[in-house]
Design a protein around this ligand. Structure first.
Ligand code: HEM
Length: 435
């Protein structure tokens, strides 16, 4: 089931048929019920278990996502500093530089694979954040030809073999030549970054504790492991969400126009669409981002938590779950559940996030998971998406390319823990009114 990339659809169909608590394997259940969000993922919920343990590389230091308990809380403190409001303000300049490169890269191409270009943006930016630079996919055609296929091979291979490509041992599944090149690439960049002083406080600055706030300096290999995690966990997810947003807008011209109008009203002629100070007031933009993350959550099934041995089991959503069982709380199934998102949960309707009469059940909305191991990069991801969307829609006009099979695109979004996607072919024109 995992191999097809459509497991999120099968699980949803099975929930529709058999109810919210479903046995999906000899020792695992899927619970698509809002009660499970807090009781499984919340702070008093269940720990990560064998699923994450089995994917750890015993020879490599763990990255944040594979950690638990106190070790996780200690490492997460460094990450939280790197994702604080002040840090996000520092990152604006780096996002702006890469978004502007994205704009100039596609502005004069008539036909563009927008999904690929958005991915180049997302990888270049996460390389800047995690290692103070490294990828130059937007600027460098040779890199797009030589390095991008390796990154894609890496993403697709590990995603085919494991649910959690973010855990170190997944690297072992990538063909040796690619793996070695990628490892060398990561280590070279990390070593270069470790010898330099950052011009801005990037994520590395916080993970390495360059401010000297911790009693002990984090060991370099741990920081390399977390830097690599940032690239894998932060680039593809954000790129998927942004590509899906453009797909939905292009499929719904009414919403495309409404969003463009909101953007134009906040950034009239001469204003900088990369300025983030209006984002909180841009209701329709935020509604479109939420609606995209609801219908196409980049992490569709997510990794499970486990009922601890010796606990005697746990009652979840009204069902007794024995100890040792792995429990999934699948975002895709929850997000399409009419109990939580009505009317028409399968439709792209940004207004459900604006009109009180359509208000969804916010607890059932978990694109970034929930609780102590939720996505530490969620605010950064939203900031990237908002900046790129405002810039592109204020400067360019997009349409699906002639002959593009829009109906087929969502089926090319494959759930391999993260989401892999097919080409999103669009035609592009400069807007004359705002430039
Ligand atoms: C739209 C974009 C994104 C989505 C949908 C997303 C989703 C998620 C989800 C569902 C998890 C929980 C995984 C689990 O329970 O195993 C997670 C964890 C994580 N994400 Fe994100 N993510 C996004 C962007 C980012 C970005 C930009 C970063 C920045 C580096 C990031 C870094 C992380 C890290 C480090 C974790 C592990 C947190 C922990 O275990 O404490 N993510 N993300």
């Amino acid at each position: 089931m995992t191999w097809t990339g459509h497991q999120h659809i099968y699980i949803k169909q099975a929930h529709d048929k058999y109810g919210p608590v479903l046995r999906t394997g000899p020792n695992e259940v899927s619970v698509a019920d809002v009660d499970a969000v807090v009781s499984v993922l919340g702070s008093g919920g269940l720990p990560k278990g064998q699923f994450y343990e089995a994917r750890k590389d015993p020879k490599a230091p763990s990255n944040l996502i594979a950690m638990q308990g106190e070790a996780h809380a200690n490492r997460r403190r460094l990450w939280n500093r790197g994702m604080s409001t002040e840090s996000l303000i520092e990152y604006e300049e780096v996002i702006a530089k890469r978004a502007t490169q994205l704009l100039s890269g596609i502005a004069d191409l008539e036909l563009v694979d927008l999904a690929a270009w958005i991915s180049y943006f997302a990888f270049d930016f996460m390389g800047d954040m995690a290692f103070g630079g490294g990828f130059e996919l937007l600027a460098n055609e040779a890199e797009r030809t030589n390095i991008w296929p390796i990154i894609e091979e890496f993403s697709i291979t590990i995603s085919l073999f494991t649910h959690v490509p973010w855990v170190a041992s997944s690297l072992l599944l990538v063909p040796i030549a690619s793996r070695d090149r990628l490892r060398k690439f990561g280590v070279d960049n990390a070593l270069r970054r470790s010898k330099s002083t950052a011009k801005t406080k990037d994520l590395w600055y916080h993970l390495m504790d360059e401010a000297g706030l911790e009693k002990q300096k984090p060991p370099l290999p741990n920081v390399i492991a977390d830097g690599a995690l940032a690239v894998v966990a932060g680039a593809d997810t954000t790129a998927s969400a942004l590509s899906s947003l453009f797909f939905f807008l292009l499929s719904h011209p009414k919403y495309y126009e409404q969003l463009q109008e909101e953007i134009d009203s906040h950034f009239p002629l001469g204003a900088d669409p990369l300025n983030t100070s209006s984002h909180a007031d841009m209701k329709f933009l935020n509604a479109c981002l939420n609606e995209t993350l609801r219908l196409q959550p980049p992490v569709r099934t997510n990794g499970p938590r486990q009922v601890p041995s010796g606990s005697g089991g746990k009652v979840i959503a009204g069902s007794f779950i024995p100890e040792g069982t792995q429990v999934y709380v699948p975002p895709y199934s929850l997000h399409l559940d009419p109990r939580y998102f009505s009317p028409s949960p399968e439709k792209f309707m940004p207004e459900r996030w604006i009109e009180p009469a359509l208000a969804p059940n916010a607890t059932a909305f978990i694109p970034f998971s929930y609780g102590p191991s939720n996505c530490v990069g969620r605010n950064l991801a939203k900031q990237e998406m908002a900046m790129v969307t405002c810039l592109l829609l204020s400067r360019l006009e997009f349409q699906f390319a002639r002959g593009f099979d829009a109906a087929a695109w969502p089926l090319q979004l494959h759930d391999h823990f993260i989401t892999t996607k097919g080409p999103l072919m669009v035609s592009v024109e400069r807007r004359t009114t705002t430039t």
